[in-house]
Design a protein around this ligand. Structure first.
Ligand SMILES: [Zn+2]
Length: 193
């Protein structure tokens, strides 16, 4: 092969390697980009356990850790949250307050390790607002901000039968427009956020 030909081939490969493809049109096919940054799936086990705890005492707040996986598609940037299970120590707080203790966090991590090993993780929290409507209070934002990045957080009101759900990303930005795989989840109505 002549040197000039070799050079031409080399140049062609270099160009192919260095031409940036837009992720939305990769492979010449226009892909559908979702507007919501996250879709959440709750297993029947997780839903049943959350409702059992929250509706077990509708006059006192309670809380649980969400267990499952958060997976981000690096091309579309879309994240899927799969909530397979929850951990709660069964304790209730006051009519207007519930605090996630570090003791319960340790017990939850132990529960995850024992039951799932490395396959599942603590991916967020859920707590009850007892006789108050579902929304994020100042205390709730303090709690969510004090935790690690990338989690989903849910508040349920058993008295109003309402809920709110948010996704805190890696930069601690809250996304309220997250999508539920099953919108009829819990049979509760989602409050505008
Ligand atoms: Zn709250």
């Amino acid at each position: 092969m002549k040197r000039a030909e070799k050079k031409k081939i080399k140049r062609r490969y270099w160009k192919r390697k260095h031409t940036k493809k837009s992720p939305a049109t990769a492979g010449g096919k226009v892909m559908h980009l979702r507007s919501s940054p996250l879709t959440a799936y709750f297993s029947d086990t997780a839903m049943t356990k959350i409702l059992t705890q929250v509706e077990g005492d509708v006059y006192h707040e309670c809380g649980a850790f969400l267990i499952g996986n958060l997976m981000t598609d690096h091309i579309t940037g879309h994240t899927i949250a799969i909530v397979d299970d929850i951990y709660s120590d069964g304790e209730y707080g006051t009519p207007s307050n519930y605090s996630f203790s570090s003791h319960m966090q340790v017990k939850a991590l132990n529960y995850i390790e024992r039951n799932y090993g490395d396959a599942k993780h603590m991916i967020g929290t859920v707590h009850s607002h007892a006789q108050f409507d579902a929304f994020y209070s100042g205390t709730d934002y303090d709690m969510m901000n004090s935790r690690r990045s990338e989690e989903i957080h849910m508040v349920l009101s058993p008295s109003h039968r309402t809920f709110v759900l948010t996704y805190k990303d890696m930069e601690f930005v809250y996304h309220n427009d997250i999508e539920l795989a099953d919108p009829a989840v819990f049979g509760y109505r989602r409050n505008p956020q």
